[in-house]
Write a protein that binds this ligand. Structure first.
Ligand SMILES: [Zn+2]
Length: 462
């Protein structure tokens, strides 16, 4: 029996591992101390009334970019983790693209320390496999890397230092990276588009109108993604890594994932930009809607939703990738030249709650996609992703009847001025409060989380 609670949240509905229950939730020492039938909890120093609200385990976003400390004009750890708090995200995993690339033990340590000083929410740091040696792999894990990431594409022109040790267009190096990861218990995430096909279609697109949004899709059609995923999954029959396919966009790739089911331990994700927008939205948003791989048509979007209901896609992540308004604006009317990436950390949860309100899926399934499944995949469940005694008291309180309006005025991210893809959307469902380790970091529209209050997350369930 708990001696006393720091905080009791009462009157709400708790999303527990076995579903929704009207329970009071007690917190002590930053952890969930217990779940109690209404009126039966021990005494608490502070009481929070959650009548009308749902208590969800804080969202875990396993695919996030801020690239800090490089490029502060695009957003900083402070600005983007504050935005995360506003969006109900309490843990995020930062991808290794930075300047320089996070592909050495020293860089893993430097980024980890930079995040520790500045983050408002908990964070994990991805490593790129770098020189593909066991020695640097082990040293990066010793610095606390949460997982590995590679691209099957070459570095974009002029950005080789950001992708050094991360971009492996050759099959032999991809196989080596999978095998290095397989010898650990850490997942390896892949941005999968086939380099040779991208080169081919890129040349063909040189003759197309650069201002036409369709040109971007034609320069990287679905077959590029499907072929790269098929090759990776074929190699993983040999390697048997814990493979995770990033941002699946197309019906063809869903078919490939199905064809390889059961051949190795792989999972796949998609993102709100692929589930809630199509190329018609990109045409409206212009280069602000450019992202890689490209956003496709309605049939692909429908296939992604079916893949979710079939259990083929088990993760929805943000791929939050802020660029400055000036950078996007400089290439207006020029899709090939525009930087690829869109923000999403503040509205992944409201977008999924809206899908629940539309009847597309249940609340537990929606939450599993953006939280619990990721926590399990990365081996941090039930410390994260669950509300049970002993779990971190990371709690997102949501009002399912509330409304979230996406606009530069309501967003907090540095990328609020480049969120054209989602601007103007009215989503059913609203983040009322975000709690990290028992402390409120966002409430009533205000971010009150402490800079440096976020903790570095190493693998492990406790
Ligand atoms: Zn990404």
């Amino acid at each position: 029996m708990t001696a006393g609670l720091d905080l009791l949240i009462r009157g709400g509905t708790v999303l527990a591992p076995d579903g929704l229950h009207a329970l009071d939730l007690g917190i002590a020492g930053g952890k969930v101390a217990g779940l109690y039938h209404p009126g039966t909890a021990p005494a608490a120093t502070e009481i929070l009334d959650a009548t009308g609200l749902h208590l969800l385990p804080g969202i875990v976003d396993i695919h996030f970019h801020v690239r800090a400390p490089a490029y502060p004009e695009r957003g900083t750890v402070q600005s983007e983790t504050r935005a995360a708090a506003a969006g109900g995200v309490t843990t995020l995993f930062e991808m290794p693209i930075s300047k320089p690339c996070c592909a050495t033990p020293a860089e893993v340590a430097r980024r980890r320390d930079h995040f520790a000083e500045n983050a408002v929410v908990d964070f994990g740091i991805y490593a790129a496999p770098g020189d593909l040696t066991e020695a640097s792999r082990d040293a990066m894990l010793a610095e606390g890397a949460i997982a590995f990431k590679i691209f099957t594409t070459p570095a974009p022109p002029g950005r080789s230092d950001e992708f050094d040790g991360l971009a492996f267009p050759g099959a032999a190096e991809q196989l080596r990276a999978l095998q290095l990861a397989a010898a650990t218990d850490r997942p390896i995430v892949v941005h999968a588009e086939d380099a040779a096909l991208l080169d081919h279609f890129g040349r063909l697109a040189d003759d197309l109108d650069p201002a036409d949004a369709a040109t971007h899709g034609k320069s990287r059609p679905s077959v590029c993604e499907a072929v790269a995923v098929a090759q990776l999954l074929a190699m993983n029959i040999t390697a048997q890594a814990k493979l995770h396919i990033a941002h699946v966009t197309s019906a063809e790739t869903v078919q490939v994932l199905k064809a390889f089911a059961g051949t190795s331990d792989f999972t796949a994700e998609t993102c709100p930009q692929y589930l809630f927008t199509t190329e018609a939205d990109v045409a409206r948003a212009g280069v602000y809607g450019k992202v890689n791989p490209p956003i496709r048509g309605q049939a692909d979007q429908d296939a992604l939703w079916r893949a979710i209901s079939d259990g083929v896609i088990t993760h929805v992540t943000t791929d939050h990738a802020p660029f400055s308004h000036a950078e996007k604006a400089a290439s207006e009317g020029n899709f090939p030249a525009a930087p690829p990436g869109v923000p999403g950390i503040e509205f992944i949860l409201p977008a999924m709650l809206d899908a629940v309100a539309q009847g597309r899926l249940g609340l537990k399934q929606a939450h599993d996609l953006i939280c619990a499944n990721g926590a399990r995949r990365y081996g941090i469940y039930p410390r994260k992703g669950a509300l049970m005694p002993g779990s971190d008291a990371d709690i997102t309180l949501v009002d399912l009847e509330g409304e979230t309006v996406i606009s530069p005025e309501t967003l907090h991210s540095h990328a609020r001025n480049v969120a054209h893809l989602f601007n103007g959307r009215r989503l059913r469902g609203k983040v009322a409060r975000t709690i990290l380790a028992g402390r409120t970091i966002f409430a009533d529209g205000k971010i009150i989380g402490r800079i440096g209050g976020g903790r570095h997350i190493r693998p492990g369930p406790t």
